[in-house]
Design a protein around this ligand. Structure first.
Ligand code: CP
Ligand code: NVA
Length: 310
């Protein structure tokens, strides 16, 4: 007789860390999503899965969703989190920070400016390191996003994701996570703000089907999911006014959504600047799945913690 997913042993990830989306294989990502959906359905079954385990949460930048969902995730698995806010490595070398944390806690979750900080923590710590956003990637958000797509459509193949706006950390993670799962990814961004050439090379190498254009209408055409993010990310506040002018034609509004498929959804990692990258009307529309995404941060991260720390 087939056993339920909850009865099966959780298979560990093959990589020791989640430094970027590429640390999860396609098969592991699918396994994580099935586990996340099962945890969402039956949270009680997993209530002691990481009993007594602790997690260090480090933040160089602000957070609402990431911090609270990691705190809740570890608590709902029977563990607990401790949090430190401030620039990592300012008071002492990164390699010393990493080797303090791995004496006290069984995992490190870090939100940083430089991707090199994630890589350094992973190199020096003996416990798993999770990238909770760097200037290059936001893999935990992308996992919640593809969970939301899977719940809505039941598949990835044959679906088009349009990413409209800044070719930033979110665009990079969506290219690598949604793209490797089989979604066709169309990015529309102004010249000079398109995704990083190195990340595009990684996507190409992984066989991702993607297009890069400066035309938002072209990217949105027939899309099943239309995604946007802020025009000025954390750390780019000084450029915010200039970016408002440059990105004005990239606003996701009702006219742009009308180009998408009839059953399309609107996605945004949040926080959003309503009236800039997206209108209030789209945020509040029946197509908007933004709060499902936010909810799924919790479930996807619970699955991730189990696959990394168990
Ligand atoms: N989407 C996201 O990472 O939200 P926070 O910045 O609030 O953590
Ligand atoms: N691109 C945004 C994402 C916030 C969740 C930033 O880095 O600020």
């Amino acid at each position: 007789m087939a056993t339920s997913l909850a009865e099966q042993p959780v298979l560990k990830m093959s990589a020791p860390d989640l430094r970027s989306d590429l640390d999860l294989s396609i098969e592991e990502t699918m396994r994580l999503l099935r586990l996340a959906i099962d945890m969402k359905r039956d949270p009680a079954h997993y209530a002691t899965a990481l009993q007594g385990r602790s997690l260090s949460l480090l933040f160089e930048k602000p957070s609402l969703r990431t911090r609270l969902t990691f705190e809740l995730a570890i608590q709902q698995l029977g563990g607990y989190a401790v949090t430190s806010i401030g620039m990592i490595g300012d008071r002492e070398p990164l390699k010393d920070v990493a080797r303090n944390l791995d004496r006290w806690t069984q995992g490190i979750v870090a939100r940083v400016f430089a991707q090199a900080t994630i890589e350094g923590l992973a190199e020096w710590s003996r416990v798993p390191v999770i990238n909770a956003l760097s200037d290059m990637f936001h893999p935990c958000q992308a996992l919640a996003d593809v969970q939301t797509v899977l719940e809505r459509f039941g598949r990835f193949d044959g679906l088009k994701l349009a990413y409209i706006g800044d070719g930033n950390n979110m665009a990079h993670s969506l290219l690598l996570t949604a793209g490797r799962l089989g979604m066709q990814v169309a990015v529309a961004a102004p010249e000079g703000y398109q995704p990083d050439a190195g990340v595009l090379a990684m996507a190409r190498e992984a066989g991702v089907q993607f297009t890069i254009t400066a035309d938002p209408a072209e990217a949105a055409e027939g899309a099943h999911a239309v995604y946007t993010d802020v025009w000025a990310s954390m750390g780019q506040e000084a450029e915010a006014e200039e970016r408002k002018r440059i990105f004005a034609p990239y606003q996701v509004n009702d006219a742009l959504m009308a180009r998408a498929a009839g059953d399309s959804i609107f996605l945004h990692c949040l926080p959003a600047k309503r009236g800039q990258e997206v209108t209030d009307s789209v945020m509040e529309s029946a197509q908007s799945a933004i709060f499902d995404q936010a909810e799924n941060r919790l479930h996807a991260q619970k699955a991730l913690l189990l696959m990394l720390l168990k």
